[in-house]
Unconditional design. Structure first.
Length: 263
């Protein structure tokens, strides 16, 4: 039986041992970039300051995974490929099962398949997942065992997408707060300058600070939300393929189907 969950580094990206937290490297990186952002804030370059703050937050939450995160994000945007090869096997196998078993969703959203005869031969693409499932059917391991095999191929990529999505979601959630901080600082400055000789010229710098930081906080929050949504879309697509795969395997086991690997 083939290895259920291939983790060859060349095959894709998997979560490392230190994926649970950014660690000291993330904290130091955050501090360095944040200090640079404060420098631009003092010089009233609010756009650059807010941009660097967003980068600092991403460095903090991603830590040593930052370049992996950026590379994965680029791959997600320019390619339809999954980041882990095992997920590609799930996609390929589910797509072929959907055709072979004539699967569809009913009005309630439940997956249905066309009728097949006992012992029907099903041709599936040649990949490790199909060979593992083929071995399961030959040895009559049953539904639960076959579903566990499918889950082994699915879970790593699902966890990776969840992990990276959480990074962007964190930054998107925090950026409006930094915009609000800028707004409060600007309003405090405006109240400090109020007096008998107050004019528009004296209030305009504080007003600009209040409005610009709010605007840029919202803009960068939107940007990170959009980037994160790509991982969320991949999660939904992967879940759909996995549901198709599991339902298809149940049908094959019930009808004692025979899997033939395509040449």
């Amino acid at each position: 039986m083939a290895n259920k969950s291939e983790r060859n580094p060349q095959d894709g990206l998997v979560l490392g041992e230190h994926a649970a937290g950014a660690g000291v490297l993330g904290l130091l990186g955050f501090a360095a970039v944040f200090l640079l952002a404060l420098g631009f804030f003092v010089t009233e370059s609010y756009f650059l300051s807010m941009a660097l703050i967003s980068v600092a937050l991403l460095v903090y939450v991603a830590g040593s995974e930052l370049f992996t995160l950026l590379r994965s994000s680029l791959t997600i945007f320019v390619s339809s490929k999954h980041l882990i090869r095992n997920a590609t096997y799930v996609q390929q196998t589910a797509s072929e099962l959907r055709k072979q078993l004539r699967m569809r969703k009913d009005e309630a959203g439940n997956i249905k398949s066309g009728p097949i005869e006992k012992g029907t031969k099903i041709k599936l693409p040649d990949n490790p997942l199909v060979r593992d499932v083929q071995a399961c059917l030959k040895r009559e391991k049953g539904k639960e065992y076959s579903e566990n095999v499918a889950h082994d191929y699915y879970v790593d990529c699902r966890e990776l997408y969840d992990h990276f999505y959480a990074h962007y979601d964190f930054v998107a959630g925090i950026m409006p707060l930094f915009g609000l901080i800028g707004t409060v600082i600007g309003l405090i400055g405006m109240f400090d300058t109020l007096g008998a000789n107050t004019s528009v010229e004296t209030l305009s710098p504080q007003l600009a600070l209040a409005l610009e930081t709010t605007l840029y906080g919202a803009i960068f929050a939107s940007v990170y939300t959009i980037i994160g949504s790509r991982f969320d879309q991949r999660i939904k697509a992967l879940e759909y393929d996995y549901d198709i795969l599991v339902h298809g395997l149940d049908v094959l086991v019930e009808n004692e189907a025979v899997i033939e690997v395509q040449a």
